[in-house]
Write a protein that binds this ligand. Sequence first.
Ligand code: F6P
Length: 354
Amino acid sequence: GLRVGILTSGGDCSGLNAVIRSVAKSLMLNQEATIIGIKDGFLGLIEQRATPLTYQDCSGILSSGGTILGTCNNANPFNYNGQDVSASVVEYYHKLDLHALVVIGGDGSLSVSHLLSKLGMNIVGVPKTIDNDLWGTDRTFGFDTATTVVTDALDRLQTTGQSHKRLMILETMGRYAGWIALHGGMAGGADVILLPEFPYDIDEVARACEKRMCEKHYSILVVAEGAKPKNGELTVRERVCTSHDPLRLGGIAEALKQQLAVKLDAEIRATTLGHIQRGGSPSSFDRVFATNLGCYAASLVAQNKFGLVAVIQNNQMTSLPLEKVANKTRLVTTDDQTFISARALGVSFGVVGD
Ligand code: F6P
């Protein structure tokens, strides 16, 4: 049978184990493959840490969060502590006698995969991020679970907002994209949703919140961590950064709370969900979706189709060349149906003319 390596790279995400399970089990059952688990993403290739996975290792993990293989955010073989160690990675791949490697990772990991495949490694990628912002695929697994967590949080915040007549602010993840905030906000009935794609006008945000406070005596504002103000030089104290910025000072929910406090006569509370959106058990949708992606990736391996990424387009599994997907993101646009629906229902995005 074939010998196939598998690794998970970048931030963890609900559904990683479901992908590992379906890639491994389908190749074991249908190709009599031996599966080699690479530990801690590309770091395991660099530091030569890999062990065979048994069928048993891949059983009973469908519902668990995280990754049984471990992962690593910053192990780029082309720039590992300033050094290019890609040649030794390729050597290790051959030493392991791998027919192919399945990489489950985000845009950074898929770019690395593209470069490694140019060096002769047979790679199939599976796109991964809770942010749902990878180009070329309609969805990524982990996103449904993350938005479910946001929805649950908003249901809870609604009750406190309503009981205390407060403005409740919730900050979601999503890095430079607003998908989690948009979908979570819509599912949770937010009044105002601020996205990185549409820089907000603070006076407009205040006006929208005030209108809702007048109508129903409380209001819910969802803000994506990457959202930013229009023409916005903020004071250092209010500085708005994503979690990747070392200057992040309490995040955007706190910054907004301070900005709105001087404009509104309302009690305001801010909540930041953070990694709660990324950990834990995948939703049923993500379990099935991740399983389908894994089986599809395995079928590409079985057909000797490499240098590809398994994606979903128009409800159909298909594949795209690694180089097409690498380093590209997909952001919320005004022709997105959820954005259009939000507008139609009077949700404010904090931009003039809402
Ligand atoms: O890309 C996934 C993500 O969770 C983003 O939403 C967030 O900005 C980032 O990763 C957080 O990264 P870290 O876990 O390294 O702080």
